[in-house]
Design a protein around this ligand. Structure first.
Ligand code: PSU
Ligand code: MN
Length: 308
């Protein structure tokens, strides 16, 4: 009875009916990840990057407690400027629905919605993971990756997380971690983390063939594609790591935890880096939208060949 709570735009309905290339986009990055007005520009730019490759962007969000796939510019503006939007991960949908709230869907929240309508490719910035600060602060994103068969394109995970622990969790949950043109797991703002991916693949075609083989085996886990930030915008470890450590300490001193932690860390890192982290964040989001759209196109072509 999911359909009772969901409204799909006309464009997305059409694209789904015709099985055209489509990429899901999350909206916590709009409501909680980036400051105003960069958040709205980013949302528009990501949609444009997807379209430029010949795929259709499907931004997922909640408006007045209704799950939406595909929102118009006016609605986006409202979401981007919402006073107290909910950060909607898996457990928060029912709250947002019954209280008729506006909200941005996280990686886990977006995957839940995309899965219901058969969207197989999703672009985000960074996934949530195991936090460094608190015991048991493990993002629901990891659980969603464990049980949702979908290709998720990200720039790795931020080194605000415990990356080795995050990677161990993904291994336990049978989530392949693909390095796009790299053997090293990228760390969001930087291309380096010191940890390895589980497989390196160098083209959208290889990624689609890999995902197909993975799901042919009956596995239900996602394929996590990590796309390193372009070299030019990668921040040096020596610059960004002390800032991340400082932000993490500030969060602990101020007792910030739970859902508020990731947004706090992102905002604090942006302050401490004099805006450099924000610039990198935008670049990697664009980069991921482009790669996801290329993958979605190859996926549609592969399906077309099978039918013919
Ligand atoms: N990483 C970012 N920016 C973000 C997020 C992650 O660089 O905005 C968001 C994503 O939507 C992700 C969520 O799903 O934060 C994870 O939050 P938590 O750690 O509370 O699960
Ligand atoms: Mn958390």
């Amino acid at each position: 009875m999911f359909s009772k709570h969901i409204r799909i735009s006309l464009e997305i309905t059409h694209v789904l009916d015709l099985s055209l290339p489509i990429v899901a986009l999350e909206s916590t990055v709009i409501t909680h990840g980036l400051p105003i007005p960069q958040n709205m520009d980013l949302a528009r730019d990501m949609e444009a990057k997807v379209r430029k490759q010949g795929a259709t962007p499907a931004t997922v969000a909640l408006l007045d407690g209704r799950i939406r796939i595909g929102i118009n510019d006016e609605e986006l503006e409202r979401l981007a400027n919402a006073k107290d939007p909910v950060k909607v991960s898996r457990r928060d949908f029912a709250k947002a629905i019954v209280k008729k709230l506006d909200g941005g869907t996280t990686v886990a929240g977006t995957m839940l919605v995309a899965q219901q309508v058969g969207i197989k490719v999703f672009a985000t910035g960074g996934i949530g993971g195991v936090h460094r600060e608190g015991h048991m602060d493990i993002s629901t994103d990891l659980q969603a990756l464990a049980d949702t068969p979908m290709i998720v394109v990200c720039a790795g995970a931020k080194s605000i997380l415990d990356l080795p622990a995050t990677l161990e969790y993904l291994e336990t949950m049978a989530v392949p971690v693909v390095g796009y043109g790299t053997d090293e797991f990228p760390a969001f703002f930087s291309r380096k983390s010191g940890s390895n991916v589980s497989v390196r693949l160098n083209s959208p075609e290889e990624i689609v063939a890999f995902a197909k083989a993975h799901w042919d085996l009956g596995l239900k886990s996602a394929v996590l594609v990590t796309n390193p930030i372009p070299e030019k915008h990668s921040l040096d470890d020596g610059f960004i790591n002390p800032i991340i450590t400082q932000a993490s300490q500030d969060a602990q001193n101020r007792g910030i935890h739970g859902q508020a932690l990731t947004p706090f860390l992102l905002a604090r890192i942006n302050e401490l880096s004099g805006g450099r982290s924000l610039k990198s964040n935008l670049v990697l989001l664009h980069n991921n939208a482009t790669l996801a759209a290329k993958i979605a196109k190859v996926m549609t072509q592969a399906k077309g060949r099978k039918i013919a």
